[in-house]
Design a protein around this ligand. Structure first.
Ligand code: AMP
Length: 603
């Protein structure tokens, strides 16, 4: 006899709404037999795309079965698909990857040659994304009652967008979603009422947008039942914004007038309907709370009815958990979904669990998923032996094992390596659940930026050329993502060697130039975060005493590292190592200006 899943037993509760029951039933349906859903999804993708140049190239001849597909179509990376992507972006409208027209490119935070990757997408993908969103509140309602009575204070932003030379929009997936009618004209749903008006979310000037969203959140502080942003870094930026702007916000509230820093006509118009009269009591409350030195628990002080933080704290975002705990007085943090520009993947069926226990259930209707067993010896170790039997089906992954995610999408990515490493933690019905382990090859990340070892190396090389005139060289380096202050910033430790074998440090002016040169050399996501979003602070170089890196090696060896295989870690986070490095710092230097960035891609 089939055992009821936890979702199923709660579905039959009389308090669960009809809409929620429908969504939960859908989850049950998708997870009971993921293999047959996957077979159907692949069949649909291959039959509709059978005439594409890409599938024809591999002689699929209209076959839609998994066996032929896996045998003939190779596993690829973005670099492999670049020529096709380039042609589409240049305006070639023939069916290259997809039989349905590519409507826009989603600019991933993953980069290629320093620029954001361009992910093709088709019109109907918006429906798929919306479908996944529609499952989130029904699951949440199983764990947190009464969410229809309150509002969500979500800090949501659009980013600047550009057009490819062929005229297709290129923008991040969330910008595309918030600007779509799916979002803008969403029907009223008591479980999805936000304090932020669309006009504020859709304003491309992040400072005006944040100001208006924060002001609305403050005005409606007693209605707020959940508070969030997409990623933890975004929520902390909002807190930091409040720290710097509470006086001005309190003034607006006490006078009932909007600050002149808001000049976007749509926001001004909308705010005139929300900020209608002075509220001296609220202004005084805010001044009282915010003027205190200690901001511990500030979130619950200002928004006392908040039941949880809705924010992703898995993967690179885990570094922000302690700070969020501090500001929220330990509110639960719900990581609800796992998604990317390539495709949305899945949801967390136990959103109120601890961050360390978060697992995502991949929804098998979103795309066709395969799993490349991950070899700990090296990211590319499995590559040499890639054949049709190497990759595992969604339904066949094994608990405890790690895999790299490979997807085939309706928009035409075929057997595409996403670059995420996932570990199977268990099953919901027959659908596996995955813990996000890490992104392959990412060394440093403050928010959506992802800097890899090669990029860091290049940046150090470029910057160290500025020292050549002085006869000084960088002999060793490592790095650290410092998120103790908001915004976080990159710290690069340099050990220098001068012409005379000392570490004579160049002037602060030269070192500041080195900092900037490193920033100029980093990818466009980093530079956009620095320049447009201001979500990353100036890069810092800390020069350490001569011999520090040797001490670092001694330390590693004392802890069991092999002297033959020792490699300088290019990124550090382990406290004793940080303490060692910091105790040897002889000077610190910051970038004094901003690197270049524009929405247009470098050609
Ligand atoms: P993007 O390419 O900018 O769309 O970013 C997508 C990537 O963000 C994914 O491939 C993951 O590496 C990361 N990501 C998305 N959702 C989560 C999550 N819930 N937990 C951890 N990492 C995530």
């Amino acid at each position: 006899m089939a055992v009821d899943s936890p979702l199923q037993s709660r579905m039959s509760s009389p308090t669960t709404s009809e809409k929620d029951v429908k969504a939960l039933k859908f989850i049950e349906e998708m997870t009971r037999n993921p293999d047959s859903v996957q077979e159907k999804v692949l069949g649909e993708i291959l039959s509709r795309n059978s005439d594409t140049e890409y599938l024809k190239r591999f002689g699929l001849n209209g076959s839609t079965d998994r066996k032929t597909f896996k045998k003939r179509v190779p596993v690829v990376t973005y670099e492999d698909l670049k020529p096709e992507i380039q042609r589409i972006s240049n305006g070639d409208r023939s069916p290259i990857l997809s039989s349905h027209p590519i409507t826009e490119f989603l600019t991933s935070s993953g980069t290629s040659a320093g620029e954001r990757k361009l992910m093709p997408t088709i019109e109907e993908d918006l429906d798929r994304r919306q479908l996944l969103y529609s499952l989130l509140m029904p699951v949440m309602n199983l764990y947190v009652p009464g969410l229809d009575k309150g509002k969500g204070l979500y800090f949501l932003f659009v980013k600047s967008e550009s057009k490819t030379s062929g005229g297709l929009p290129a923008r991040p997936v969330l910008t595309s979603y918030y600007k779509s009618d799916h979002f803008k004209r969403r029907p009223y749903d008591p479980y999805n009422v936000y304090t932020s008006p669309n006009e504020a979310i859709l304003c491309a000037d992040s400072s005006q947008s944040m100001y208006a969203q924060m002001l609305c959140g403050l005005l409606m502080r007693h209605d707020v039942s959940r508070l969030g942003a997409v990623f933890a870094s975004g929520l902390l930026r909002a807190i930091s914004f409040l720290q710097t702007n509470w006086k001005e916000l309190a003034r607006d509230i006490s006078t009932g007038t909007l600050s002149s820093r808001i000049f976007d006509p749509a926001i001004k118009h909308r705010m005139s309907k929300i900020l209608t009269k002075p509220d001296q009591e609220l202004a005084e409350f805010l001044i009282g709370v915010c003027s205190q030195e200690n901001w511990e628990g500030i979130i619950t002080k200002i928004w006392p009815n908040t039941k949880y933080l809705d924010v992703i704290v898995t993967g690179a975002m885990a570094q922000y958990i302690p700070m969020l705990e501090y500001y929220s007085g330990g509110l639960p943090m719900a990581c609800t979904m796992y998604a990317s520009s390539e495709s949305y993947f899945g949801i967390n069926l136990k959103p109120m669990c601890k961050p360390s226990e978060v697992s995502y259930t991949i929804m098998p209707n979103m795309a066709y998923f395969e799993f490349l067993p991950h070899n700990h010896d090296g990211d590319g170790a499995a590559e040499a032996s890639l054949d049709e039997t190497t990759l595992v089906e969604l339904a066949d992954v094994e608990v405890g094992k790690e895999y790299e995610l490979v997807i085939t999408t309706y928009a035409g990515l075929c057997r595409y390596r996403v670059g995420d490493i996932l570990r199977v933690t268990g099953f919901h019905n027959s659908a596996p659940q995955f813990k996000f382990i890490r992104r392959k090859n990412v060394l440093l990340s403050i928010e959506s930026d992802k800097t890899d070892e090669a990029e860091l190396q290049k940046a150090v090389e470029n910057a160290s050329r500025l020292l050549a005139d002085q006869g000084t060289r960088v002999i060793e380096y490592t790095s650290y993502a410092d998120t103790k202050t908001i915004p976080g910033h990159y710290v690069i430790y340099w050990e220098l060697l001068g012409r005379d074998q000392t570490n004579a440090i160049p002037s602060d002016e030269v070192m500041a130039k080195c900092c900037l040169e490193m920033e100029e050399s980093l990818n466009s996501v980093y530079r956009q975060s620095r320049v447009a979003d201001k979500s990353i602070g100036p890069l810092e170089i800390r020069v350490v005493k001569n011999g520090t890196f040797e001490e670092l090696m001694d330390y590693a060896i004392s802890r069991g590292a092999s002297i033959n295989q020792y490699k300088v870690p290019r990124c550090v986070s382990f406290t004793p190592i940080m303490e060692l490095l910091d105790s040897r710092v002889v000077s610190t230097h910051f970038s004094t200006s901003l690197p270049h960035w524009s929405p247009e891609r470098r050609r």
